[in-house]
Structures are given as C-alpha cells and as structure tokens.
Design a protein around this ligand. Structure first.
Ligand code: ADP
Ligand code: MG
Length: 711
C-alpha cells in the first residue's frame, strides 16, 4: 500500500474539515503534507534558568506550575489565562489571551516547558502567549528548534507540527528524484532524510544542509530545463541575416544622437549573431534609459532589409503601443510596414491595425481598427514587415511568411517558467521558414546581477548596456523627511512653471490592498488637486483602469494635457515622457531599491536636469540606509547588487516571477552551488539526453515545467 498517496481527509486524525482547509493550500495527500515545509524556525534549543531571563529575548524554561487562573476582562471581552511557573532559581509569569483551555491543562503541580519571547510590564517579566508543553511529553513545540509553518485560517503551526509528528515516519517511503551519486558528491542528505530534518531539526547544521539540498534540487531543475532548451535550440537552424554595414551606418547617422559605446558593442554582437545560421538566444541586459530600443531597432532593420519579418513583444498594452510609436518614428524614412497587435479588446472591431508606409506615401497611410483576420492575412503574406504587440502575437492561429527575429522586451516580467514556455512557443511558431526557427533577442530593464543571470539565464548569451547616453545629466535624488514636504511641493510648482511635468507615485503594497486601489488612488488625486496643486492639472493612473483608458491618460500626459501624473506603481513599465523632470515617490521605503530605480528612470530622459524625491516618514536606520543607496548611485547595476544583498534573491526577483520556493531563493547568491548544479545538469543530460535513465527526475522536471503558462 502506498501510504504517501493516502488522501489526508481519510485519516481519522485529520478528517473532512481539516482536509478541506489543507486542500486550499494544495495539500491533499500524505506526500503533499510531508513536503509542506516550515518557513522559519524559532530557536528554543537552550533551556534557560528563570533567574537568567531577560526582556526581549527568546527562551525556553522548564519548571512546575505553582498557580494558574482564568481571568475575564469584561471591558475588552477577553479571557486571560495567567500562570506562574517555578524552577529552582525563581518564578515567572505566563499569560495567554483567549485560550481558556490552557488553564485546563496547566494545573498546579504539573511539570511544564514554556518557550517564547520574554516581555516586561509593571509586574515584571512574563511570557506572552508562549508555546507550552507538559514535561512528560517528548519535546516538539519547545526545547529545540521549533519549525514555524505558514498558517492559514483554521490551521495553526502547532497543529501542523502535531500532525507532522505522526506522519513523519512515511518520509522513509519518499524516493529521491536526484541521482544518489550527485547528492553523495555534494555531501547532501537524500530526500527522506532532508524532509525529516526540515520538520524536526535536531541541530541548526542539520536543517541548513536539508535546505541546501532542496535549494540544489530547485537550481538543478532550472538548469536541466534551461540546458534542455539550449540543447534543442542549438540543434536548430536559423536563417543567416547578412550584416549590411552600409545600411547600419546610414541608419546610425540618421539618428539625432551618437550611440554610446555600450550600444555600439551590443548592436555589433547581435548583428554578428544574426549572421550565423544558428538561432541567436541573447539577453540585452541594460539599465533604464540606456537605450535598448535603438539596439533592437538596428537588429530589426537588418532582418527586414534582408527580406524577413520581425516581431516585437512587450508585457503590456501601453508598452507595446509606445514601442509601436517609437519604431514608426525611428523607421519613418524607410518603407517598412509596421503593425500593432494586442488582444485586451474583446471585440474584434476594436483591433488596432495601423500600417504606415512612409516612403511611398509621405502622408502616412494609417488604417486603424482593421479586423484581426485582415492583419493575420497580411502577416501571412509577408506584407507586414514588423509586428509589435503583447503576447497576442504568439497565439496559435498566427502565421508568418518568414519570421526571422523575435524580440521580447522587459522579459523579466514574464517570469522564469513563462520564459521557458516562450522559448518552446517560439520553436513552434510557424514562421514560414521550414526547418528554421527565429533568432531570439530578449531585453530586460532591471539590471540583473551576475549570480542571477547565471542561475536563471544559463542558456543565454548576454550583452550589457551599462552606460548612459552622454547628454544625460545625472538625476538629483533626495530623501525628503516629513518636515520638508512643503518645500518639495514648492519645488514642483517651480519646475512646472518652467513648462516641465512631474510624476507623483504612491504605493499600494499588499495584493489584498488591490481592492481598495481605486479608492486610495482617487483620494490621493483629489487631495493633491484640491489642497496642494489647485492651479494645476492632475491626471490619474491606476491599475483598475482598462488598458485603453491607461493609454489615454498616458497619451494625454505626453501631450501636456496634465502637469502632474498621479500614479500607483503601474507606471513602472518603461513609459517615456522626456518633458517630465520631477518624480516624487510617497512612502519610498515600501518599495524595493530596484523598483525605485525603475521609477526614477521615468525622468531624466532628456537633456534637462531632473529630480527624484523620496518621501519617507520612516526613521528606522534600515529604511534610511537603504534609501540612501539611491542618493549615492545612479547605476542600476550597483543598485541591483545592493538590493540583492539587502533583500535576498527571493524578494529581489519576486516569488511570483521565479516560481521557486523561498528556500531555494536563499541560495541563489551562491555562485558555487549554481555552477555545480550546472555541471551536474550537463553531465546528466550527456548520459541521458531525454532523461530516460532518470525517470523520477524526468517526472519531477515535468511537474516543474507543468506550471509553465503565459499570463
Ligand atoms: P530603455 O533602455 O530604458 O528601453 P530607451 O530605448 O527607451 O531606453 O531610450 C531612452 C531614451 O534615450 C529614448 O528617448 C531614446 O531615444 C534615447 N536615446 C537612446 N540612445 C541614445 C543615445 N545614444 N544618446 C542620446 N539619447 C539616446
Ligand atoms: Mg525600454
């Protein structure tokens, strides 16, 4: 009988009620339960004598209950259990709120262990809501490293620990997907041991090794996934796109500015890749405002000039539209036909289908609201050279005549799983070129530190834009304490009187706050319009607007119909308003550094001096020192490194993006572990390219990749 597959609700100790709660956490079987790990540990391993207790510390004491009583406070409608415990050195008080049953168990004379944080009030030191256990029992909740599980309504950490105790024996039946020799080589525990250590660690060292093992597993799976993509990718052919030096030079000379050296180098690397009959798979990793678009345009021009089609994909409608406008502008002296294809519109008649044929018709021939069918047929016939859009452009029914280059902007927003999907999808794209797949250029606006590129983009070649266009003045960044708020508002008035524009960003942190986003955004907009800037025009941008409405607001701001754009974090995605010179960020400490850097990149996009004001009410040293990194440097790469150090990789990437559990994230800055995982993945795939010899691993990888979906 396979105990691991037993449904939890069938177990009498759990039953239907708890079974249902667990199901909500995707925990259905004994195996799922065993793989539900603590997210942190309290260290109660040292027993402390009562005379040595100190306020603010975490401690375990052992003693005898001398008195216990249940007190009702009618005013606050609370039940307080108060209990005094003595050991050979003294007596300490413990209180529990609204847990009347505690007093039933902790009667005078019972031996007990208490573990928790020591607080102090007028009556002296006390434990507040400590974990407790009668001394007659083997310690699980106290007297050791106590695992703390993610709690849900109706499910406490204590309950999970209690259940885990009786279930942990089934861990021995777990079969390890990772080949034993690999784990042995790394001195890491096998799955069953690691599971036991995570739930009931005897020592710190033991659970650290167990965590490392799971981190390794995750990194190893990522490496297997990316290397497999790379192997199949490398076996493919692509069209070779001749590098036309004359055309490239002509194009560069037609630009109103000189390329930076970094742009020149990246463009050269890309154009050289395109010449090869092998598909390019390159990441353009550049800071905000470093000029990635021009580099992408040079690649596009080269492909189109050689007679092929190009597609450019952006994560949002707004960004797709902005790229469309930019490309139309940059390429206006050519006879390239560009189309915009997005699909947030439910009705087909709303589809945007402007084609510009600049050279043959200087008045610009733009046909809007063409049907999707019409657009698709022109993609298939090759009439459209460049299609720009959201992921609407990789839908199943889309056919190209000869798609040779796919560009994906802000690709970090697509997440690691989605990226793998994208690559598969691109292989499947019917590009009209038999036995050839398109070259792939991905771009990211969040500079990615080296360790992370190693961990996630092992299969990519990388070009870095770490240099800003020369005409830029560094943005002046200042942390503004509450007392200086008015001065900052006055400053904005002054900038606007010069004809410039400003952004005001305010945060909505929690997902759950999304519901009130509309209200918060509207309130803030009203407050600023009435009280601070009654003489100015303020636009409002928030996540509850429809894509088309967002675009309208943005377009109006660009057209100077507003002086100030009040926005929630939706503005983050690379919009380009060169006339904006000030950005004010409310509650700046609530954002990560990389995100702040993104916001800051909304200004300073012209030769005018720009400013970034970070409002913070927070006096904590941590928040301030974090924010002061923004004052000190304008380099996105430096900020990314700092951010990674401060917040750890999990938060840096955002779990949603990575799809990796937290424990693996903690190890992502471990270059050595990543390199080892890379080596083992390579060896494993050499032994058995389709993983036939490693069926468990193959299954695990399948599960891992199953979560792949494009938003
Ligand atoms: P990002 O890398 O953030 O996508 P963009 O490609 O949007 O940056 O470029 C930001 C702005 O800088 C654009 O207005 C673009 O025209 C301009 N730009 C790009 N390269 C240069 C350059 N070498 N010199 C001056 N301005 C440039
Ligand atoms: Mg960009």
């Amino acid at each position: 009988m396979d105990f691991l597959k037993i449904k939890l609700e069938k177990l009498p100790r759990i039953g239907i009620k708890y079974g249902a709660i667990l199901k909500k956490l995707n925990i259905e079987t004994v195996e799922d339960f065993l793989l539900h790990f603590p997210f942190r540990y309290e260290d109660y391993s040292e027993r402390i004598l009562i005379e040595n207790l100190a306020a603010g510390e975490t401690a375990t004491v052992m003693g005898e209950v001398v008195q216990s009583k249940l007190v009702r406070t009618w005013k606050k409608k609370m039940m307080i259990t108060e209990c005094f415990v003595s050991d050979e050195t003294g007596t300490v008080r413990a209180v529990w709120f609204n847990q009347p049953y505690v007093s039933d168990s902790l009667t005078a004379g019972k031996g007990v262990r208490l573990a928790g944080k020591i607080s102090q009030d007028a009556k002296g030191l006390f434990f507040s809501n400590p974990a407790w256990e009668l001394s007659s029992r083997t310690p699980t909740n106290t007297g050791r490293l106590v695992p703390i599980y993610p709690e849900t309504e109706g499910l406490t950490s204590k309950w999970i620990r209690w259940q885990m105790q009786s279930m942990i024996k089934y861990a021995d039946e777990l079969i390890d997907p990772i080949p034993e020799n690999i784990l042995k080589g790394l001195h890491l525990p096998i799955l069953s041991e690691a599971v036991k250590s995570l739930h009931f660690p005897k020592t710190l060292k033991e659970f650290e090794l167990a965590q490392k093992r799971f981190a390794f597993q995750q990194i190893f799976l990522v490496q297997l996934a990316t290397q497999r993509v790379k192997i199949s990718w490398d076996k493919q052919n692509a069209v070779s796109i001749a590098f036309n030096e004359t055309l490239t030079k002509y194009f560069v000379q037609s630009l109103p500015f000189a390329l930076t050296d970094a742009q020149r180098k990246a463009a050269f690397q890309i154009l050289k890749d395109l010449e090869k009959p092998l598909p390019m798979n390159r990441l353009l990793n550049g800071d905000v405002g470093s000029g990635k678009t021009i580099v992408a345009a040079m690649a596009s021009l080269s492909a189109i000039n050689a007679g092929f089609q190009v597609s450019l994909m952006a994560p949002t409608e707004v960004l797709a539209r902005q790229h469309y406008i930019t490309f139309c502008e940059i390429l206006k002296n050519s006879d390239i036909k560009i189309a915009l294809l997005t699909n947030s519109y439910k009705e087909i008649k709303n589809f945007q289908f402007p084609i510009s044929n600049f050279q043959s018709n200087p008045n610009e021939k733009i046909s809007k609201n063409k049907s999707r069918e019409d657009l698709l047929s022109k993609l298939k016939s090759g009439e459209i050279n460049l299609v720009i859009g959201t992921h609407a452009i990789i839908q199943d029914d889309i056919r190209f005549k000869n798609l040779a280059l796919v560009i994906v902007d802000e690709q970090h927003r697509f997440g690691v799983n989605q990226r793998a999907f994208l690559q598969q999808k691109i292989e499947e794209i019917n590009d009209g070129l038999p036995n050839k797949i398109p070259h792939l250029l991905t771009m990211t606006a969040t500079p990615i530190p080296r360790t992370l590129t190693l961990a996630f983009f092992g299969n990519l070649d990388i070009s870095v834009l770490d240099e800003m266009p020369k005409n830029r003045l560094p943005i002046i960044t200042e942390i503004i304490l509450p007392s200086k708020r008015k001065d900052a508002y006055d400053f904005v008035h002054k900038e606007i009187s010069k004809g410039h524009q400003a952004f005001i960003i305010f945060p909505l942190v929690e997902e759950s706050e999304k519901l009130t986003e509309l209200k918060a955004a509207t309130q803030e907009h009203t407050r600023l319009s009435r009280e601070i800037f009654p003489d100015l025009k303020l636009g409002l941008l928030h996540g509850k607007l429809k894509a088309s409405e967002k675009e309208q607001v943005m377009a109006d701001f660009k057209d100077k119909k507003y002086d100030i754009l009040v926005a929630t974090s939706v503005v983050e995605v690379g919009i380009d308003i060169p006339n904006a010179t000030v950005i004010m960020i409310e509650d700046a400490e609530r954002f990560g550094l990389s995100q702040l850097h993104q916001f800051r990149g909304r200004v300073g996009r012209s030769d005018k001096q720009s400013y970034c004001f970070l409002f913070t009410g927070s006096k904590t040293i941590k928040a301030k020192s974090r924010l002061s990194a923004m004052e000190k440097t304008s380099s996105g790469f430096a900020i990314a490194e700092e951010d990674l150090k401060l917040r750890g990789p999990g938060e840096f990437l955002g779990t949603r993006q990575s799809g990796l559990p937290d424990i693996a994230m903690e190890h992502l800055s471990n270059v050595k572990l990543i390199e080892i995982a890379q080596d083992y993945a390579e060896q494993t795939l050499q032994d058995s390219p389709d993983l036939k010899d490693y069926p468990l691993l193959q299954k695990e990888l399948g599960k891992f990749q199953q979560n792949i979906h494009l938003e």
